[in-house]
Design a protein around this ligand. Sequence first.
Ligand code: F6R
Length: 363
Amino acid sequence: EKGNYRHFMEKEIHEQPESCQRTLSAFANPVSGQTTVPGGLNFAEVERIQIIACGTAFYAGEIGRYAFEKLAGLPCDVEVASEFRYRQPALTKGTLALAVSQSGETADTLAGLTWCKAQGFKTACLVNVHTSSMAREAEIVWPTWAGPEIGVASTKAFTAQVSALLALAVAAARQRGRIDAAEETRLVARLFEAPGLIAQAVADHSEAMTAVAHDLAGARDVLFLGRGAMFPLAMEGALKLKEISYIHAEGYAAGELKHGPIALIDEATPVVVLAPPDEVFEKTVSNVQEVAARGAEVILITSQDAKVPHAPGLRRIVAPDCDPFIAPLVYAVPVQLLAYLTAVQKGTDVDQPRNLAKSVTVE
Ligand code: F6R
């Protein structure tokens, strides 16, 4: 079943061009350049979105939040389900509750969804298992089309969730009159560039990637930094690394560095920086200089053409050139590959990390 791959995780990383394309096709049409909202929801009638999720799905939700607010002007909150379900959140009228889950069975997420439904809120779920408990519970079911995910560490389900959320944000922007048809067509075209760029990123067998994974395998702690949608992706990168290589890792908003984590910086703590050339690139680069000046080994993931200062201890992993809108999809790949190659280097059980289960049906 694994074919020529050593692990399901490696296979699933390589399946992402197809799983992204299939998922995008459920929410947008590359020929007409239009988005569709399965289940017929009108985002013009939604006043706020409350995303509920756990783990990797929570980080996908955070990326979705940046897009819903920026593109569609639609207020969006994202919360881990284990907190949401017990704290009696004060949701306002017109809130759409959206559960994001690969399995559709995660106990806390399901409980949060059920609670929202009982309170009379409109409910939707974004699930990869289309016959799951959440799919039965929610009024509106939005599918991701990642196909069965076997590796415990989520990869293709994550990029499928992000694909769907970005497409839904475009649909919401259009329905709410924030963008015109031409801009919708432009954004849909950008979205459908993602599968090809993911394929390019997956094919990165560069020496830089291997060498960095080798170094990370020897580290005790690793920091991941990013701004904008790269912040939740930094947290996802840290989660992937800790899950499968058992290396302690933290994801931070790059701007938070000087509010504490910079104290951790030394020669032994590699810092992975996710920096697509977007409107906050310069700010992220200045954070890079701060850590490089303190002797840290910096691994900068950015495009070939991005202007990067020379600093000792700074290495670059090249990500395919892409529109900043789809950068969370494209940059997810080097992040996954680093975690995967580091774990392989350490010889851990990549597909079955200790203490973890694929589906967490008990809280
Ligand atoms: C991380 C991972 C977990 C899941 C989380 C939610 O690689 O797989 O963090 O994302 O347990 O699971 P689902 O999406 O099935 O609700």
